[in-house]
Design a protein around this ligand. Structure first.
Ligand SMILES: Cc1cc2nc3c(=O)[nH]c(=O)nc-3n(C[C@H](O)[C@H](O)[C@H](O)COP(=O)(O)OP(=O)(O)OC[C@H]3O[C@@H](n4cnc5c(N)ncnc54)[C@H](O)[C@@H]3O)c2cc1C
Length: 447
């Protein structure tokens, strides 16, 4: 039976990919401009696509693999995030990130498996600590309520048998330079990445005679006769098996319609701080902090390529059309500036160099889509906001499924329920927008 899929939407990422802008120029992109054949086609070069490509090189070392990316590697969400590869439960829809105990223990084991896989890539491709380091992270609490969230989360971690350390206000000030935080909960298993540096290096390290990467090569159609044929603006790839690693754009390929929530989140990065500003700020030169309330503000203090800077991320918006206009970035900028000024009054006058947004894909029941959606067409999508880790895992597991490689981890993923159906539009839209607004209001000074 033949199948024809017209891709309904291509990715549009608002604002610059700041982490990528900090890096030096690279070789010009190579776009696909001919008809080629391969044993495998991977679509999307984010965490899922790169992990899928790497797993294929391990399991099928002599096979020819083609990876197609709509934009340049690191320009999409994979190069736009805050760079926390989190090992522990991180359910954005809960009040304190925690979920059911047995599920959270299994999830943590899966997350660590994915972080180990990323660590191996970092080692094999000789990445620096700036690109990937297991430094742990802190859940920062600015309010009494946030402090309670941290305590609830610490109790949940204790039940899971996971160690953590509670920092008091003085320790938080010593680390971050700001007196904004009432407490912090440190956990050691998170890896912190410079996302653009990590994915650029991963792509460079993976490319070989067996694995070709084409950028600026969006897939506009997929057709199956005997093999799958993917069409790009100037070329075609014919391959018997395809891994779709396009996160929320799974919907654009016609799958999981009415089941995926498209959400944008936003970040701003300061200009490089002067030596005087660094001294005024104080604290350590590198740290990363997620908010005690999932709706709050994530902060990173970075020191490396591009100098000493601060990156803040907050706000979630529900955008089922998968695009946001430029006005959104300037609206959200006000929230970023407010959050930055509240935390860093000693840095008055420090402007933002970059402001941007990027897409997340969530399901109501916090599951990914790792499955064979059509004959020999596999999905590694829907990372529920933790795509650095869960994207990596999805890519690995989709390849294991496609190659008949069995494991408990894969069985667990295959046994998961499909993403729950969303209420019909516009109900889903109104409900999600109201819920987000209410949750952000509740976050108070954690925002
Ligand atoms: C501001 C911000 C902060 C974030 N912070 C974190 C964080 O700290 N930790 C974390 O884990 N996650 C974070 N995220 C989320 C994370 O970036 C995503 O979950 C992750 O990138 C998803 O990985 P992925 O590989 O599944 O998808 P993506 O990274 O979105 O990769 C999919 C790729 O597919 C390509 N594509 C789509 N359609 C086509 C097509 N038709 N043809 C070819 N290519 C196509 C896209 O261009 C894209 O590059 C954050 C996101 C943002 C925006």
């Amino acid at each position: 039976m033949s199948a024809l899929i017209s891709v309904s939407k291509l990715p549009v990422d608002p604002g610059p990919a700041a982490w990528d802008c900090l890096l030096s120029d690279r070789e010009p992109a190579i776009a696909l401009n001919e008809k080629i054949t391969a044993d495998w086609l991977v679509i999307g070069a984010g965490f899922a696509g790169l992990a899928a490509a790497r797993r294929l090189t391990q399991l099928c070392p002599t096979d020819r693999i083609v990876l197609l990316e709509a934009r340049r590697v690191a320009e999409g969400p994979a190069g736009r995030n805050s760079g926390f590869m989190i090992d522990l439960p991180h359910d954005l829809s809960s009040s304190d990130y925690g979920g059911a105990l047995d599920k959270d223990i299994a999830l943590t084991s899966d997350n660590r498996h994915a972080i180990d896989f990323a660590a191996d890539m970092a080692r094999d491709f000789e990445m620096s600590d700036e690109a990937f380091v297991r430094s742990g992270k802190i859940n920062g609490a600015a309010t009494e309520k946030g402090h309670m969230h941290n305590q609830d989360y610490a109790a949940h971690l204790a039940n899971m048998g996971e160690p953590c350390e509670l920092f008091d206000a003085a320790r938080m000030r010593e680390l971050t330079g700001t007196g904004y935080y009432r407490s912090g909960l440190f956990t050691g298993g998170t890896a912190v990445i410079q996302p653009a540096m990590f994915v650029r290096n991963a792509a460079k390290g993976l490319a070989s005679n067996h694995l070709q990467i084409f950028e600026n090569s969006p897939v506009s159609a997929l057709k199956r006769d005997r093999d799958w044929i993917a069409t790009t603006p100037k070329g075609q790839v014919c391959a018997p098996k395809v891994i779709m690693a396009v996160n929320g754009h799974l919907n654009s390929f016609g799958f999981a319609r009415g089941r995926l929530m498209h959400v944008f989140t936003y970040a701003s990065m300061t200009r490089a701080l002067t030596a005087d500003e660094v001294a005024r700020l104080g604290g350590a030169s590198i740290w990363g902090l997620t908010p005690a309330d999932p709706m709050g503000t994530t902060v990173r203090r970075i020191n490396g390529t591009g100098g000493d800077r601060i990156v803040v991320r907050n706000r979630f918006t529900f955008d089922p059309e998968m695009t946001v206009d430029a006005r959104r970035i300037s609206q959200v900028a006000r929230d970023h500036d407010r959050s930055f000024a509240a935390r860093f009054p000693m840095l008055g006058g420090v402007e933002m160099d970059y402001r941007w947004g990027g897409q997340l894909c969530l399901s109501r029941n916090n599951v990914s889509v790792i499955s064979e959606v059509e004959t020999n067409l596999f999905s590694a999508c829907c990372q529920n906001g933790l795509g650095t880790t869960r994207g990596t895992l999805s890519g690995m597991l989709a390849v294991e499924l496609a190659t008949g490689t069995t494991s408990d981890r894969l069985n667990r993923a295959l046994a998961a329920e499909p993403p729950a159906k969303l209420p019909p539009r516009p109900l889903a839209e109104l409900g999600a927008k109201a819920l987000l607004k209410w949750q952000e209001m509740k976050a108070g000074a954690e925002l």
